[in-house]
Design a protein around this ligand. Structure first.
Ligand code: ATP
Ligand code: MG
Length: 808
């Protein structure tokens, strides 16, 4: 280690330290939840940078969720004051997007290609099914979407899919037609980002050579959840024999994406194929108190397919895990709300309170309780800000400004607000487009009469927007679009439009926040304006005319900053500290024939650290990408101290002081689709293990006797997972929901009888919430039982010693 890295490494335990400072060779860190895997990975990045072993542009780090990627960047900036912006740290999709933005030409994509989110993809598939005259009862669009995504995740194009019966063949035909449509419209779905990147690397030796030479270090968090394609993708960027250091961290007990093709087997494959000499295990948990950890350990011990490891903590038992039963989902939501409010009043930041659920559908009730009470909350996944109708309309206009051939967006707004363009006109337009293989935008001339004229007028509107918004800031672009499109007027005239207008204003705010966050700066201009350069070349976009002096200054400063930090640490700025130049690279590749294997590598040119990402695309394009890739996040409350709502899947890798796991009911968690077979059940259990281990200090488990889901009232049996936890670590809270009516009691009874076959939990004697004195009496009284657990959190919750040292 070079001088001055001591502060980086301070506080690591010996195994962690060993992992952080491993030589540049393939390594696998296999360790349980909260043992510091992500911390080790992040510290290693900082250490590599600080010791000059690698330049910011010379490493790549991949993780799974946007939130996790952001957290990694935050942790990194806290350790080392470098600009992380130009670094290749992100999600698989985010990095693929960046890659394809640089190599769009080689990838056969339009420069302004747009990303389809799942909703867009569904409507695109619907159009294909319709165009093919297929029965959407037989070829259910949602299932087709799954099929296509699964094929892509397996790395298969239509020609690679083995289809043995007519139905399967038709599915493949839909897949093929869908692909053609996407290409025509210049859009890609999520799976396509991965697959196309993989194929590009596979097919271009030169590109491979470049990236392999460039990324001396590749680090992968949550390795247990990589699927086949992601592993192959990784091998393209850093194959076993290329002498790069691949640093993988993972936990087999947290593998929760098998249903999407994740293969824990990738871990053993990795170990074998990369001839891993450094396998490090971490067994001390720094996140949670003993009762939480004991619960997690006891639960996961019920799984048979494990590599086997146990976690321990020195933090002491802490508070018991609280278990709450409610009579209905509304009751559960109300209890949650009260409890969360209480925690907040007790001094817990809202952002440190997480409410987790197994299925997105559960969030509606929770959200409405929080919303009605005026409590700020933020949803990750599920109810999506960017998926609200008015927001999608606005985004569609913006997308057309970027790329008018995007048929999905075109269809969405061509007659919204109404412009006298009827279904028949649109049918004519689509027929014409289909006949010539062109986009809708390009086909308007083929439509006769009044309809055709209206279409032409719409095209003119978009064209006008394209010209008028050139050079404007993102905020101005959106405002102009909202006015010119007629959206604002439309919603103003609508008596229920007020909330939608608020949301549209929120979109402007989200854009503003995005611009600030991404460092585009208010002064950055929106579109490449150097029109003298050859169209489409990256150099054009990168040309000085595209960046304001302020942006250039900022970039220069960022590089200075890296060098200053490094020399401050007593490290000579590495010769490598100049990042790679994507412009030169892309230009070289775009000129080179695809088969130009073995040709000379383009020379490296010194460039500023973040020039390679930020300014390649306009803020508008970047924002649209952000809207698609982060559709999961409820941006409206960004920046506010808000309670965090998310599925357990989305919570992977994160941690919170207080965690609520809701809906612990048979059929919901474990989910009914999975509970019938052992593998499925084990995956559900790993999911529960992930959920439990998110909590630092306080954990709540909650279930409800009834729940309205997908329009049906379910009568529930509590989850078997509750029975798998150590009684000693739990504290059962009395239900606050009272007043069982006789009718209710009856159906409840029936439900129990039905449910007994499921959960194996029969009879009052085995219902733990009936144990412990006097609860029945409490119910009978109909009031709040005196033993209801209402103890408040101390104002400043005590931290376990391990956490306290971190906080200090
Ligand atoms: P997960 O499996 O959930 O992703 P993880 O193994 O990645 O967990 P981290 O998130 O890196 O674990 O660490 C868990 C918590 O413990 C973090 O708050 C981290 O800062 C803290 N931590 C890790 N190592 C130490 C240490 N040596 N001293 C103090 N705190 C630590
Ligand atoms: Mg982690």
């Amino acid at each position: 280690p070079g001088a001055g890295t001591g502060s980086l490494l301070r506080g690591l335990n010996p195994e962690q330290l060993a992992a952080v400072t491993l030589p540049a060779e393939p390594a696998l860190i296999l360790a349980g939840a909260g043992s510091g895997k992500t911390r080790v990975l992040t510290t290693r990045i900082a250490w590599l940078l600080a010791t000059g072993q690698v330049s910011p542009g010379g490493l790549m780090a991949v993780t799974f969720t946007n939130k996790a990627a952001k957290e990694m960047l935050t942790r990194l900036s806290a350790m080392l004051p470098v600009s992380t912006r130009g670094m290749w740290i992100g999600t698989f999709h985010g990095l693929c997007n960046r890659f394809l933005r640089a190599h769009w030409k080689l990838a056969g994509l339009p420069q302004g290609f747009q990303i389809l989110d799942t909703g867009d993809q569904l409507s695109a598939v619907k159009r294909v099914i319709k165009a093919m005259n297929l029965d959407d009862q037989r070829f259910v669009p949602k299932q087709v979407c799954w099929f296509i995504a699964a094929r892509k995740d397996a790395g298969e194009r239509p020609d690679d899919v083995a289809a043995h019966d007519p139905t399967a063949r038709t599915m493949v035909d839909i897949y093929r037609a869908y692909e053609a449509q996407c290409l025509r419209e210049g859009v890609v779905d999520f799976a396509e980002l991965m697959l196309r990147t993989y194929e590009l690397m596979r097919d271009h030796a030169l590109l491979r050579q470049h990236y392999q030479a460039r990324f001396a270090h590749v680090l992968v968090d949550e390795f247990q959840d990589t699927n086949r394609l992601q592993y192959l993708w990784l091998k393209m960027f850093a194959p076993p024999d290329a002498g790069q250091s691949v640093f993988a961290v993972g936990d087999d007990d947290q593998s929760i994406y098998a249903f999407r093709g994740a293969q824990v087997g990738n871990m053993s494959d990795f170990e074998r194929e990369y001839r891993v000499r450094h396998l490090i295990k971490l067994e001390r948990n720094y996140r949670s108190f003993g009762n939480i950890l004991d619960s997690a350990n006891a639960l996961i011990a019920h799984n048979t397919h494990r590599l086997g490891k146990n976690l321990s903590t020195e933090a002491g038992p802490g508070e018991p895990v609280r278990v709450q039963e409610s009579s209905s989902d509304h009751g559960e939501a109300q209890w949650l709300l009260d409890e969360a409010q209480q925690l907040h009043r007790g001094g817990v930041a809202r952002a440190e309170i997480a409410i987790l659920y197994r299925s997105n559908a559960q969030s509606r009730v929770l959200e409405s309780a929080l919303f009605n009470a005026g409590v700020p909350y933020r949803v990750y996944g599920g109810l999506r800000f960017f998926e609200r109708a008015e927001i999608k309309h606005a985004l569609a206009y913006l997308r057309l400004v970027e790329n008018p051939n995007d048929d999905t967006s075109y269809l969405r707004v061509v007659n919204f607000p109404a412009r006298g363009i009827g279904a028949r006109t649109l049918e004519q337009l689509q027929d014409a487009a289909r006949a010539t293989g062109r986009s809708l935008w390009q086909s308007v001339a083929a439509v006769p009469g009044k309809g055709g004229a209206n279409l032409t007028a719409f095209n003119a509107l978009i064209e006008r927007l394209q010209t008028d918004t050139r050079g404007l800031t993102l905020r101005e672009i959106i405002e102009r679009m909202l006015a010119a499109s007629g959206l604002i007027d439309f919603y103003r005239a609508d008596k229920d439009g007020a909330e939608r207008i608020e949301n549209l204003e929120e979109l402007v705010n989200a854009a503003e926040a995005f611009v600030t966050q991404e460092g585009f700066g208010r002064d950055a201009v929106a579109l490449p304006v150097d029109e003298t350069a050859p169209p489409g070349s990256l150099a054009t976009v990168r040309g000085d005319a595209t960046r304001s002096p302020a942006a250039q200054r900022r970039e220069a400063l960022a590089l200075d900053e890296v060098n200053r930090v490094l020399s401050g640490l007593g490290v000579e700025p590495a010769a490598e500290s100049a990042p790679w130049d994507d412009a030169a690279l892309a230009a070289a590749f775009d000129g080179a024939a695809p088969a130009a294997d073995g040709a000379a590598l383009p020379a490296r040119v010194d460039l500023t650290p973040d020039a390679e990402t930020g300014e390649i695309v306009s803020p508008l394009a970047a924002f649209l990408t952000h809207a698609a890739l982060e559709a999961g996040d409820n941006q409206a409350q960004a920046g506010q101290d808000a309670i965090q709502l998310m599925t357990v899947h989305a919570a992977k890798g994160l941690e919170f002081d207080c965690v609520f796991i809701t809906g612990l009911e048979e059929g919901l968690f474990p989910h009914e689709n999975a509970a019938s077979e052992r593998d499925g059940l084990e995956e559900e259990r790993r999911l529960m293990y992930v959920a439990i281990t998110r909590a630092r200090q306080r954990l709540y488990l909650s279930f409800s006797q009834t729940r309205l889901l997908h329009g049906q009232t379910r009568y529930n049996v509590k989850s078997r997972f509750l029975d798998e936890l150590p009684e000693g670590a739990l504290k059962w809270l009395a239900p606050r929901q009272q007043g069982f009516g006789s009718g209710y009691a009856q159906s409840y009874q029936q439900a129990w009888q039905r449910g007994s076959g499921l959960g194996g939990m029969v009879g009052a004697g085995r219902q733990p919430w009936r144990e412990g004195g006097g609860q029945a009496a409490g119910r009978a009284e109909g009031g709040r039982a005196p033993w209801v657990d209402r103890d408040t959190m101390p104002p400043a919750p005590p931290l376990p010693p391990a956490l306290a040292s971190k906080a200090g």
